[in-house]
Write a protein that binds this ligand. Structure first.
Ligand SMILES: N[C@@H](CCC(=O)N[C@@H](CS)C(=O)NCC(=O)O)C(=O)O
Length: 216
């Protein structure tokens, strides 16, 4: 098994923190997104979608969605469950993870990639070259702020995003709150539950270990 990754990018971050929480080490190979290595012929042969992360299994199977990689790792290394231990937990974790991806991560990506000069002609990640649509920037920002309010409300009633246990939903939401700084959006101070939770998650050893990996 080998993970193709670029640890500072938000999608790979989700997998790294997931692995660190489980205490599992697997071989990595870095795909330098700044050097556009995801678009190289060599990487296209591994993952024709030209995105990271991608997990390549022993039999050559390529898994290229974060959530699918995490499902695979959860089944392979079940000792520390991060995706729920019963039907209700699994459903709630997947609900919050999916909502965070759709309503926050993709909104941030829209706000970032449709504005920055660095993404001209590359408004979507992956193999397809797509032009920017500037109107998506304010829509993205509004969606991020809306999601933060929802997250704050949820965290007023729950210690963690999907209930009383730390899970994949916390990892995705934590990555998304940090990613929003890339578009200069910060959750307002009055969202006290969100900030309490963010401080708690920031103190987890997995987050410190991931930071070390990013700093080389
Ligand atoms: N749907 C994929 C998205 C993966 C993705 O968007 N990865 C970004 C890094 S965060 C990427 O590979 N970008 C390559 C590019 O910008 O061309 C997933 O959830 O795993």
């Amino acid at each position: 098994m080998k993970l193709f990754t670029f640890p500072t990018a938000p999608s790979p971050q989700r997998v790294h923190i997931f692995l660190l929480e489980k205490g599992v080490q697997i071989p990595f190979e870095f795909v330098d997104l700044q050097a556009k290595a995801q678009l190289s012929e060599a990487y296209r042969k591994i993952n024709p979608r030209c995105t990271v992360p991608a997990l390549v299994l022993e039999d050559g199977t390529v898994i290229s969605e974060v959530i699918s990689i995490c499902h695979y790792l959860e089944s392979t290394y079940p000792e520390i469950p991060l995706m729920g231990s019963n039907a209700k937990e699994r459903a709630l974790i997947s609900e919050w993870d999916h909502r965070t991806e759709l309503e926050s991560l993709l909104a941030i990506a829209d706000a970032l990639r449709n504005k920055s000069d660095a993404f001209q002609g590359r408004a979507l990640p992956g193999a397809l070259d797509v032009e920017q649509i500037p109107e998506l920037v304010p829509r993205g920002i509004a969606r991020i702020n809306g999601f933060f309010e929802i997250l704050n409300e949820q965290l007023g009633d729950n210690q963690y995003v999907a209930g009383s246990a730390f899970s994949m939903a916390d990892i995705t939401a934590f990555v998304s709150v940090n990613f929003s700084r890339w578009v200069k959006v910060q959750a307002p101070e009055e969202l006290i539950h969100l900030h309490r939770w963010h401080r708690d998650i920031s103190r987890r050893p997995s987050v410190a270990e991931h930071r070390k990996l990013c700093n080389g």
